[in-house]
Design a protein around this ligand. Structure first.
Ligand SMILES: Nc1ncnc2c1ncn2[C@@H]1O[C@H](COP(=O)(O)OP(=O)(O)OP(=O)(O)O)[C@@H](O)[C@H]1O
Ligand SMILES: [Mg+2]
Length: 401
């Protein structure tokens, strides 16, 4: 299986930088209906950064969570769709945004219908320029959304699954087909696990599933390897000027290592398929598939300290992660020519004034619109005219002049 990703490997970032400043794609109008605590909220702005200030529980995180749904996935809280519906509402919710970009405007929206009498599984709806989209992946044509939230603070110390998901989001922002391939791989793997559980070890069907897993698994691993390589090149080229500590990345996983060594994808697929076939009994006994890209991990080191990230201090880890997210945002801008939308929840809390100033300067260079939240608007004063500040209280937004 070929990935849409190959051309990136052939044009190393460090050698062929993209446009100096990628096109800014900004949300200029946002409307939420029955989304969490927001019954009906409208925010109009002019494409500058947006700062949301308000007390704990005012709904700041909810508001930018809504923006995180304007990309495939379940948003940055990874909540169930029905949990996002306002308590006391009819169970439906919607998020609508008007985007401004140099090549024109776009209107994108997503939402969930109210539960019907017989409906059991509800999917979220996506609309682009008034037309229903077949899949949320289509949103990536208009907008890429990246984020950093307090829930990610434990990324380096937590389970590998979290880092794998983080990595897959990094890939998805560059390669829109990645999410569907990961989902298809996992579905095939669940099918294999079921057959193994039923002890049906010699079926042609099982071989067919393993064939699928090998193709998809190698495609998933290749895209991860490509993304990490691109990020590493960008970090190497920019680390001297970056205010935040640079990350050293390595991808841990058998299939990823095989792919990284080079050679035709077909060989890696054959090797993975053979591995799956020979480990049926072992996997049946274990009750799951023990080898594959679903076991990969993204190992991160704190570059300046030459130390594994998980051994760094809380503040060091936060700065490292912020540096990594910003490097990725730059990579997305340079690769696609369009700056991503950046959501930084509760960002000021962890940064001293000097660091905040540096962050604001990096945002300038990225050309991205950034939505930031905090309990104290004064922490964003250094942004000056570069941001519009809104106070959020009692479910109402008030723009500061
Ligand atoms: N489905 C829902 N319906 C109604 N209210 C909800 C729903 N989900 C969450 N809330 C409420 O929304 C409120 C705002 O939450 P949010 O996380 O956005 O606050 P915040 O402004 O980010 O606060 P903090 O400064 O503490 O981070 C909370 O009181 C929460 O209980
Ligand atoms: Mg919050």
């Amino acid at each position: 299986m070929t990935t849409a990703f190959a051309p990136i490997a052939e044009t190393p970032i460090a050698e062929t930088p993209g446009p100096a400043t990628p096109a800014r794609v900004a949300v200029v109008d946002l409307r939420l209906t029955d989304f969490r605590n927001h019954a009906a909220l409208r925010l109009a702005c002019d494409g500058r950064h947006v700062v949301l200030a308000g007390e704990n529980g005012a709904g700041k995180t909810n508001l930018i969570e809504a923006l995180s749904l304007l990309t495939p996935g379940r948003g940055f809280r990874r909540a169930r769709l029905d949990e996002m519906a306002r308590l006391g509402g009819d169970g439906s919710w919607s998020v609508f945004a008007r985007l401004a970009a140099p090549d024109g405007e776009a209107a994108i929206g997503t939402g969930l219908d109210a539960p019907g009498a017989e409906e059991e599984t509800r999917q979220r709806r996506v609309r682009i320029d008034g037309v229903a989209a077949r899949a949320a992946d289509e949103l990536l044509d208009r907008l890429r959304v990246l984020w950093l939230t307090p829930a990610m603070d434990g990324l380096f110390t937590g389970p590998a699954a979290d880092r794998r998901r983080f990595l897959d989001r990094l890939v998805l922002a560059l390669d829109p087909g990645h999410g569907a391939r990961v989902a298809a791989y996992e579905k095939a793997m669940r099918g294999r696990n079921r057959l193994l559980e039923e002890n049906r070890l010699d079926l042609d069907w099982l071989a067919a599933i393993e064939e699928q897993m090998a193709e998809l698994g190698v495609a998933v691993a290749s895209a991860r390897v490509e993304t990490v390589a691109c990020l590493e090149r960008l970090i190497a080229a920019t680390r001297a000027d970056a205010p935040f500590p640079h990350a050293e990345l390595s991808l841990e996983g058998e299939i990823e290592s095989m792919v990284a060594r080079g050679g035709p994808a077909a060989e890696a697929e054959d090797a993975f398929r053979a591995r799956l076939a020979e480990s049926r009994r072992r996997d049946a006994a274990a009750g799951r598939t023990l080898d594959g890209p679903h076991r990969a991990d993204l190992a991160v080191r704190h570059g300046p300290k030459a130390m594994p990230a998980h051994l760094s201090s809380t503040g060091e880890q936060k700065a490292l992660l912020l540096g990594l997210v910003l490097a990725h945002a730059r990579l997305v801008g340079e690769t696609t020519g369009r700056a991503p939308l950046l959501l930084l929840d509760d960002i000021a809390a962890h940064l001293d004034p000097r660091r905040r100033g540096e962050l604001f300067d990096v945002l300038e260079a990225l050309g991205a619109q950034c939505w930031m939240t905090g309990t104290d608007a004064s922490a964003f004063a250094a942004l000056g005219e570069r941001a519009v500040v809104f106070d959020l209280a009692g479910g109402r937004l008030q723009r500061r002049d």
